[in-house]
Design a protein around this ligand. Structure first.
Ligand SMILES: [Zn+2]
Length: 414
């Protein structure tokens, strides 16, 4: 395989320059959707894409498309990309490696004299992180049609402002929001390069992770209404304690996750609030939020059903009123086996060991998988740390990922 002129130091300089565009002082990176830092970061990326000779398009929610036109305009393009927004107090690599790294891959291919048959398109997704509206993957959800226009219109930020307000402020409102949705199979493939955000590659000293499945959560909110009273005066047989019902439900979540037969099912009751919250008062209300994840929809759906069936049984026995709300039910994704093999072949030809793995976090790829064949390439990050200022991947680790991405794009676009 012909070596490509991937310039790791130029790429690192650009990663560092982008990290300096932040709402908080270094080493912290914070870029909330449509904040001044987010808009400046977009301008920085656009400038780099133009310098690389790519043609730019922005859609009505600010997803940015930078295209290297192929020789045959009738062929559907190959896409790659990720995000540059960052949650408060984040680091400089999450998402960015898949954007600036993909741009470096394109520059290296251009420099090597490669001419694509299919166009290659770099996508910078709007708001992969749930900043501002509390909903992750806003841009790719809209592109795939997974987020309806009604639900998008109902989004509110902490100040009560709408998505339309912010689209207007960022000047993305010249087109209607519905124009964001893409047709199925408008890309022949989508490949996302990303840091692992877990420790497996580093622990096993493997440079490349080939992602076969992307797990996805479904989230439940449960409200329990019992009867409060004095902790001394209300005798045990007369109690309708909302906390104890919640405790039984949390245990039912654990049981449901443990008994699907799949090691990939995980269930967490991460929020458990009670009222009134006084030591001498029987809890009269409780709120639980339950996160259930899996790589397969059938096992996750079965566990979800079991949890939803346990709640009325517990509540009836304890005399508690309840409400269940499904906050989200995103489907897990299976990466395209042909793309998985293509990337594995590239790594073999480059002499880079690979680990086939599951993405336990979700990414824009989860939604891209709904419209085109999709897969992800992971690189190691130190200690598996992410969403923190000390997030780190070395220039060499990033170079390996970019090299694999570049050769993969070349194969897919040839
Ligand atoms: Zn990310």
């Amino acid at each position: 395989m012909k070596p490509l002129p991937v310039d790791a130091s130029r790429l690192q300089q650009q990663i560092d320059a982008l990290a300096a565009i932040s709402e908080a002082p270094a080493p912290v990176v914070t870029r909330v959707l449509f904040s001044e830092a987010d808009l400046k970061a977009r301008a920085f990326i656009k400038q780099l894409c133009q310098q690389a000779g790519l043609s730019l398009r922005e859609d009505a929610v600010g997803n940015l498309f930078a295209r290297w036109s192929g020789k045959d305009s009738k062929l559907t393009p190959v896409a790659t990309g990720s995000h540059i927004d960052a949650i408060p107090n984040a680091g400089r690599y999450d998402g960015v490696v898949g954007v600036l790294g993909a741009l470096e891959a394109i520059r290296a291919l251009k420099q090597s004299g490669f001419e694509p048959n299919r166009s290659i398109e770099l996508i910078i997704f709007t708001a992969e992180e749930p900043t501002r509206f509390g909903l992750g993957c806003l841009g790719s959800r809209l592109m795939s049609g997974a987020l309806s226009l009604e639900k998008a219109a109902a989004l509110r930020d902490p100040d009560g402002q709408t998505l339309d307000y912010w689209r207007g402020k960022a000047r993305f409102n010249t087109q209607e929001l519905k124009s964001v949705q893409l047709l199925k199979d408008c890309y022949s493939a989508f490949i996302e390069l990303h840091i692992e955000q877990g420790p497996l590659l580093e622990n096993e000293k493997i440079p490349i992770g080939v992602v076969e499945k992307i797990a996805a959560p479904s989230t439940l909110r449960v409200q329990l209404i019992g009867v409060g009273g004095h902790a001394g005066a209300v005798l045990m047989p007369d109690r309708h304690d909302a906390l104890l019902a919640g405790a039984e439900i949390a245990l039912a979540v654990e049981q449901a996750a443990l008994t699907t037969g799949s090691p990939d099912t995980v269930g967490t009751t991460g929020v458990f609030r009670i009222e009134p919250g006084a030591v001498n008062s029987v809890p009269c209300r409780a709120w639980l939020e339950i996160d259930l994840r899996d790589t397969q929809l059938p096992t996750r759906a079965a566990a979800l059903k079991r949890i939803e069936a346990a709640i009325p049984v517990v509540c009836k026995r304890r005399g508690i009123d309840f409400q269940i709300e499904r906050l989200n039910v995103d489907a897990p994704a299976t990466c395209d086996p042909r793309l998985v093999n293509t990337v594995a072949d590239v790594c073999r030809e480059l002499g880079l060991p690979v680990k086939k793995m599951i993405s336990r976090a979700y990414h824009d790829s989860l939604f891209m998988a709904q419209i085109c064949p999709t897969m992800m390439i992971f690189i190691p990050c130190r200690g598996g740390v992410s969403h923190r200022p000390d997030e780190y991947s070395s220039p060499q680790q990033i170079r390996d990922g970019v090299t694999v991405l570049a050769h993969t794009l070349a194969k897919l676009a040839a």
